[in-house]
Design a protein around this ligand. Structure first.
Ligand code: 6PG
Length: 466
């Protein structure tokens, strides 16, 4: 009963995470039903004397020091409940279970309440950064009991990614705050991925850039204000040659994007809250449209598309950089807006500056922009939307015109830019004090006597329109 940390689920993420814990000087005990995974972990970590593992839940739990800190890195859903049930008979009051998966936030609330009755602390802690992040330093987003977090804090701070020496982990709030924040992180991830891919398409079709040129373009962007993990890996991806044939691998990959649901949950919950996140919505829809490959191929035969007029490369690359920067800002703005509202709705008491801060390194949406976003929210935690921050006005104002030009170009050329055009439309609507929804109110009142309010006097009105 001397091991500092326990981890259930020795898949790629779990195995990498536990090795990371041991690298940082802690002792850690792994658990998995699969004997092979247990043995290979002991083999790899054994010579450090800091790692051990077992397939047996009782041996596992009894190897841990009190209060036990047990992290689960297993697929979200029923498996989490099953693992918890398997551990429960062996646990003592005050022990801590941390779900590191992408669990749906209401599942986390249910589990937290259930375990609280038994005196067990439950954390939902989103972990971002993929397999490499888990091994070398992820961004960790924990929510649960603030008191119990103190026991986990030293380990999480040690294993997390560092941004200029600061750990990319912080206590975020009670209950499912951690899973909720990770869900919105993934929604933003979907948006940024959609945007990077459509800008790639545009530069190929409008400017005739080769993969090599695209690789260099993304690499040069990554050296500037667009510096981010997703831009960086896009540059790498565009350079990758195909092992199985000629040319570049990216050209051989089937254009059907899969999804595990976290982006969709972000959109669904934003709808429930009544907060618009259209760039995230469209990113989910585009994965759905992409999946309809057979229908798309059929429809492609039925309709003509304009032939894009070529744009001079340098000017295109320059505008594309601005448009991408603009639309990245809009995507973060939407996600942060959702978090601000969810915080009130669910009582998370989120500090948006803290969230942006722990996203600066380790996670999939890490970007230079997050340092500016951190500052904006640290300066004003009640900021509803990043677009209202004085520090963002100039960044947006300087880049929006390129977004306009490219969206117009995409529309006349038949190149779909759904993320970019959505970000632009959102911007134009959000920054407009007078929208035509007065007409919708009139229509609602016309056909359903739903009433309307007026600009010029107080009260609720109904008109007999006929
Ligand atoms: C991360 C990622 C990760 C997510 C994958 C796959 O932060 O490390 O968000 O948690 O599971 O990106 O998501 P999709 O399969 O839905 O694209």
């Amino acid at each position: 009963d001397t091991y500092d940390f326990g981890l259930v689920g020795l898949g790629v993420m779990g195995r990498n995470f536990i090795l990371n814990v041991a690298d940082n000087g802690f002792t850690a005990f792994g658990n998995d039903l699969d004997k092979e995974k247990v043995n290979s972990l002991i083999e790899e970590g054994g010579d450090t004397n800091r790692i051990n593992a077992s397939t047996d839940a009782s041996t596992f739990v009894n190897s841990l020091s009190a209060p036990r800190k047990i992290m689960l890195l297993v697929p979200a859903g029923k498996i989490v409940d099953a693992v918890i049930e398997g551990l429960l008979p062996h646990l003592d009051e005050g022990d801590i279970i941390i779900d590191g998966g992408n669990s749906f936030f209401t599942d986390t609330d249910r589990r937290e309440a259930y375990l609280k009755e038994k005196g067990i602390n439950f954390f939902g802690a989103g972990v971002s950064g993929g397999a490499k992040g888990a091994r070398k330093g992820p961004s960790i987003m924990p929510g649960g009991s603030r008191g119990a977090y103190q026991h986990v804090k030293p380990i999480f701070e040690a294993v997390s990614a560092k941004y200029k020496g600061e750990p990319c982990v912080a206590y975020l709030g009670p209950k499912s705050a951690g899973n909720y924040v990770k869900m919105v992180h993934n929604g933003i991830e979907y948006g940024l991925m959609q945007l990077t891919s459509e800008i790639y398409d545009l530069m190929k079709k409008a400017g005739g850039l080769t993969n090599e040129e695209l690789h260099e373009t993304y690499a040069s962007w990554n050296a500037g204000r667009l510096q981010s993990f997703l831009v960086e890996i896009t540059s790498d991806i565009l350079a990758q040659k195909d092992d199985l044939g000629d040319g570049h691998l990216v050209d051989k990959i089937l254009d059907k994007a899969k999804q595990k649901g976290t982006g969709k949950w972000t959109s669904q919950n934003a709808m429930d809250l009544g907060i618009p996140v259209p760039t995230i919505d469209i990113a989910v829809s585009m994965r759905e449209i992409s999946a309809l490959k057979t229908e798309r191929t059929q429809a492609d035969e039925l309709y003509d598309r304009p032939t894009p007029e070529a744009i001079v490369k340098d000017s295109l690359v320059n505008k594309a950089e601005q448009a991408l920067y603009f639309s990245f800002i809009i995507t973060y703005a939407q996600g942060m807006h959702q978090l601000a509202d969810a915080s009130k709705e669910y009582g998370y008491e989120l500090q948006l500056g803290e969230i942006a801060k722990i996203w600066r390194a380790g996670c999939i949406i890490r970007a230079a922009l997050l340092a500016d976003i951190t500052e904006a929210f640290n300066g004003d935690n009640s900021l509803q939307n990043l677009l209202l921050s004085p520090s963002f006005v100039k960044k947006v104002q300087e880049t929006v015109d390129s977004a306009r030009e490219l969206v117009a170009y995409g529309a006349t050329s038949g190149i779909p830019l759904p993320g970019l055009s959505n970000a632009l439309t959102y911007f134009d609507a959000y920054t407009n004090s007078r929208l035509p929804l007065n007409l919708i109110q009139a229509q609602r009142d016309y056909f359903g006597s739903h009433t309307y309010e007026r600009l010029d006097r107080e009260g609720v009105f109904h008109t007999d329109w006929e």
